[in-house]
Design a protein. Structure first.
Length: 221
């Protein structure tokens, strides 16, 4: 968060009270304002409807069925026109859930719950989705990229291009990839162009659409 700007207002939804409080503490310690802590998607929807929330952090599996209630809550928010940032947390790296979540629209992220023990990662993800960006857990991306490739287009990427692709799929902008891989922005742009050409994907200035296109490609293999 930039100095002088008001703290992001975050609502946390998880049926496990201890985890919910743990997430809230990590976010508060990171300079964010936790304005609500609830145990269900329905309660979260009520909080968001009041308009005092910038980002919602919620579990994917919540009452009553413990399947995909978090994603359903996200989809209902988007259907209602809400542009609040949404960060979904999961115990398991499930690429299908990640792609379904991001398909709901920009300002969406999918992280494993273990990232709660990585305060900077969690806070950075909340800040990213609050600005309309996309975040995908590295483990999900690794599962997709490490599938057998054979003669598929992915096998034609260089090691550097694969590294750039991983960063793209995780939701990093070109500037973010530049910082993470210690490359010049122009160099990153060249790699991204080569990757998109080799994979037959249309590049887009919209980072969310770019992430969604890459995930869809990887998930279809």
């Amino acid at each position: 968060m930039q100095p002088g700007r008001p703290a992001l207002r975050v609502a946390v939804a998880d049926d496990a009270m201890l985890l919910r409080e743990g997430i809230g503490k990590v976010l508060a310690d990171g300079g964010l304002e936790v304005v609500a802590s609830v145990s269900s998607g329905e309660e979260l929807a009520d909080v968001v409807e009041k308009g005092a929330v910038d980002v919602a952090v919620l579990d994917i599996r919540m009452p009553p069925h413990f399947r995909d209630e978090g994603i359903l809550a996200l989809e209902r928010l988007r259907e209602s026109g809400s542009q609040v940032g949404v960060l979904l947390l999961s115990m398991y790296a499930t690429p299908e859930y990640a792609m379904r979540a991001l398909a709901a629209g920009a300002g969406t992220g999918y992280l494993l719950k273990e990232r709660v023990s990585e305060p900077r990662t969690l806070v950075a993800a909340v800040e990213t989705v609050s600005g309309g960006g996309s975040v995908v857990d590295p483990e999900v991306v690794a599962q997709l990229i490490q599938r057998p490739r054979g003669d598929e287009p992915l096998s034609r990427l260089t090691e550097r291009e694969l590294s750039v692709l991983e960063c793209m799929a995780q939701g990093n902008s070109n500037a973010g990839i530049s910082r993470q891989l210690f490359l010049g922005v122009k160099t990153v742009e060249t790699h991204v162009g080569n990757i998109m050409q080799k994979l037959g994907l249309k590049d887009s200035p919209d980072n969310h659409r770019r992430v969604l296109a890459v995930l869809a490609y990887l998930g279809s293999r």
